[in-house]
Design a binder for this molecule. Sequence first.
Ligand code: NAP
Length: 621
Amino acid sequence: MNAAVRIDPETGLKVFNTRAAKASEKIAGKGYSVVTDQKLTELPEMPAGATFNAEEQAKYLAFKEARRGAADYMAMEGEFKKYLDDVYSEPPIPREALDDECEILVVGAGFGGLLLWQKLSQAGFTDVRFCEKGGDVGGTWYWNRYPGIACDVESYSYLPLLDETGYVPSMKFASGFEILEHCQRMAQKFGFYDHCLFHTTVEATTWDEASGRWIVETDRGDKMRARFVVMANGILTAPKLARIPGMEKFKGESFHTSRWNYNIDLSGKRVGIIGTGATAVQAIPELAKVVGQLYVFQRTPSSIDVRDQRETTDEERETWAKEPGWARARRARFARISEVRAAVLANDDYLAGKIQDFKERKKHDRELSREELMQKQLDSSFRLMEQIRARVDAIVKDPKTAAALKPYYPYGCKRPTFHDEYLPTFNLPHVHLVDTAPRGVSEINERGVVHEGVEYPLDVLIYATGFQWMGTSTFNRIRGRNGRTLTEKWETEGTRTFLGLHTRGFPNLFIVTGPQGGGGSFNFTDVIYAHADYLVWVLQTMRERGARIVDVRKEPEDKYAEHCRVVDLATAPLRDCISYYNGEGKAAPGSLAYYGGRQWDKYRMEAQSSLAPYVFGGDPN
Ligand code: NAP
């Protein structure tokens, strides 16, 4: 067996062998099945002419206000730290602590890290090192292996490097297990494993002005110096728990969905799941197939749109085999679609390039004002939500359960979900919806969950309570110029970045898909492509200019942050509810996700042609 760390005699660079073995063969599964019952795969008719009038607006507002302040989450610390254990891999491969130097250090081996490696290595940057908390590649798809997991963006546009690996996903919405295998395929094909330190969590990243290097310290005792650091550690990385009095008392088994414990046999058991976001919506139909009794503790219903899963056809396989670059072309077409729903249900003929557009464009007699345009968008969101609510009534038999499953907020305000088996699950006699609206579960005891005086005894309790959005927890461990942390900077000045990738005072640090990090598409993969291409451009530009340090100027950073604030405010009525997207109603406008769409490209292109936002520096030694 190869040593965990060795030196390549040709390049003089370190080569790593730290990938951990899979913990158990029980960790396997599949995503959505293909549902053939047409009643389940189509939305009821759109209520023609319905508008988002004052009465409906009042209903949405009441739904929102009832939940204000209800969200209360906590990090997995102290006695809850056990929920973070890596249940998917064998223990870490032992290795020496590293006290050395590399050119580029990337945090994360998910889609971002994998794509960066392929692009950087192609551009001739080979002294690149990755640090990954997990035992293998995959990021989101490493940690999330709950039953039923699948992507919600069509896999032909979502999986990176399909052209380069020659892989064709088996389903339109590939299972998470298939996506994880694709991550491993990308890693094998491009030699990623040699560059990655697995089971290695970065704990501190400190800029050293004198040497012009970042000093990166890890939980494995490493102290590495890097010219550049790239944060590619995801947007929903740190799992969180709802803070519920008494949760420490529960005597049964419990886990969070992002560390699914396949060693616990759920068959015939009394199982409770707290939360009904995108994760729970996928997991609940699969749980119902196995458990004895299932209790779903819901605070806010998700919008359950149709899925329409299908297998990849033989015709597609044959066509794509003869069409180099098919996936790139398809992803580019996909990126032209700005509506979340249209994109998810995107027309295959359009995506395959057989027809020119994905929908018929309506012609207006005159240009609409901004207010009129907003009202039109709100009306169509309302009509779609009416269809989604009508779907609940059409499928769920018990009227009380159906009423509780209906969401009252604009489409896309909370993460939209897509499933054809979720709603029918609530017709099964052993599946119970416990409506905890609007404040949520408020008590757990030794035996299970208590709500409104009723005790629900459980053998297993599953937390489907989500993740910290935009991963700010790591930013308090990045110390830039003058010893200031990123969190301190953003807390005092407000979130300030240039393009989401740079932040002034933190030279040679790049944040991939972080706060304000646009890319023009809601397909995360598009965004990482845009960010990876941009990053390669910065590094090549520096190489050509003989520059060793890059920072950004104050004025363009301020201007960009203001732009983020303005586009967030301008589009906010479309997302008017309490959601993690808006920090549960508390985030400063423009401080989290980017809402400017393609305008990000305008800022990027201007910067690339003028170079005005950048301060390039030479090598201090
Ligand atoms: P989430 O959307 O944040 O859902 C957390 C759930 O916990 C919410 O339903 C929340 O209710 C509920 N909750 C919190 N405290 C509660 C309490 N005290 N009592 C009852 N319920 C409580 O988390 P998630 O489902 O893991 O999804 C996170 C994100 O991951 C998704 O939005 C998506 O971006 C991504 N994801 C993607 C896919 C995919 O692509 N297929 C699949 C899964 C996840 P409230 O709504 O009332 O706060």
